[in-house]
Design a protein around this ligand. Structure first.
Ligand code: ZN
Length: 422
């Protein structure tokens, strides 16, 4: 009996052994490919400032990203430079290339002293003049040592508080929406950018939250300025509390939410972030659920200057389907929309079509392909970022944060950030 049992078992065992033998013979599997969402989180971690915030590039940033127009340069132009600039400004857009080139050379010969004047003119209405000024500024950055030093100093200047709050709030949401909180222990090496460096995402979130808490004011708000910055900072804090129930966050998050609840949004984007923050607060038991829906509808009915994406989102939240808006949005030129507007539209799409509908599947596939295709996957400091329409380092950070959140939506990856459908 024992013998027949063995022989019956033999054919069953042998394929397993064969497979094991094959496994031994096969080369070791390649390291798991880096997910696009991890790649973008590493870019964001790489650009966190020492104080925990995000804004201007940190000193060790090697991104070759030059914002020649908006980098502040600490310099007052001399009268001589002003005089010459006024004299040749019109020649810059002359039809005669010889005249244009002469004006260009004269301005370059002035060196750094002409930078503020060029920067001002680069915001002019006339496209030709704008382009010429930008070109001269870029040439100065490349070729003139004094100009380059001034630009580098300006690049590391602290951004204003509203912008830093806005960007830091948004980036913390990027980490938390991927499931990383201040308690996470995951560690990711920074190869191929820097083989000796590794990021602990939990530490990144912890430092960012600490900086946010340092900015919080007695009334629970973070700034007397931008209401959008307030909404984003509150959302980040509420999510951190919702994910971890950390007792040290309960009171600050509660105060921030109370301030936000009492405030009125001034524009569509703020209304969206405020709505998300209050939803997050309800999910984290910071406010009762029943206080929520009337407020969302109130926002939807308010006569805010709504962008297509925001209008679509509010229509959906108020259970008023708006297929014509979806169509109008899809018809609009995506390049004309800011990364924020695209992200809001993505939340709107999520609220309109469940993930199993053909419309949603088509949208997700298009978004995924577009986002993965346009992400920087080179070995440099900008690895993991998205540029899309960026005109400054800060806007590159924001573009990356928004694209990252859009990617998570396209993968239907949800952690605790509010699900608009609920
Ligand atoms: Zn960099």
């Amino acid at each position: 009996m024992a013998g027949s049992n063995l022989s019956a078992a033999a054919p069953f065992l042998s394929p397993v052994r064969t497979a094991l033998a094959l496994l031994i013979l096969l080369p070791a599997p390649a390291p798991r490919e880096e997910a696009p969402s991890i790649r973008s989180l590493k870019f964001l971690a790489r650009h966190q400032r020492a104080d925990g915030s995000w804004g201007a590039p940190p000193p060790d940033c090697r991104c070759r990203f030059r914002d020649v127009v908006r980098t502040p340069v600490d310099l007052t132009p001399l009268d001589e430079a002003r005089g010459l600039f006024q004299a040749v400004q019109e020649d810059l857009s002359d039809d005669d290339p010889g005249i244009r080139e002469r004006a260009r050379k004269q301005l370059i010969s002035l060196g750094a002293s002409v930078i503020p004047l060029l920067q001002e003119a680069a915001g002019a209405a006339e496209p030709e003049l704008r382009w010429r000024c930008r070109d001269i500024l870029a040439t100065l950055w490349r070729t003139d040592a004094v100009s380059r030093d001034l630009f580098e100093q300006g690049r590391e200047k602290e951004p204003d508080l509203d912008l830093a709050l806005n960007t830091t709030g948004l980036i913390l949401i990027c980490f938390m929406n991927c499931g990383y909180s201040q308690l996470s222990r995951d560690e990711y090496g920074d190869a191929p950018v820097d083989n000796t460096r590794a990021f602990k995402f939990g530490e990144v979130v912890k430092k960012g939250l600490k900086w946010l808490l340092q900015q919080q004011r007695d009334d629970g708000s973070f700034t007397a300025g931008s209401s959008q910055s307030n909404a984003l900072a509150t959302l980040a804090l509420s999510e951190a509390y919702g994910m971890t129930a950390a007792s040290s966050l309960k009171e600050p998050a509660g105060q921030a939410v109370a301030f936000l609840k009492a405030s009125k949004p001034a524009d569509a984007a703020t209304a969206v972030w405020r709505g998300l923050a209050l939803r997050s607060a309800a999910l984290g038991d910071l406010i009762p659920e029943k206080e929520l829906r009337p407020r969302v509808e109130q926002v939807a009915d308010a006569s805010l200057p709504l962008s297509p994406g925001a209008r679509l989102l509010f229509s959906s939240l108020a259970r008023r389907k708006a297929p014509e808006l979806v169509e109008r949005f899809l018809d609009s030129d995506a390049d004309l929309l800011s990364p924020e507007e695209k992200l809001i539209a993505t939340y709107a799409i999520d609220a309109t079509w469940s993930s199993v509908t053909p419309e949603r599947k088509a949208w997700d596939a298009t978004a995924k392909a577009m986002l993965i295709d346009s992400q920087n996957d080179g070995p440099g400091c900008g690895r993991g970022s998205w540029l899309q329409g960026s005109t400054s380092f800060e806007s590159r950070l924001r573009s990356t944060a928004c694209s990252h959140l859009m990617l998570l939506q396209a993968y239907n990856y949800k952690y605790t950030l509010i699900d608009a459908r609920r």
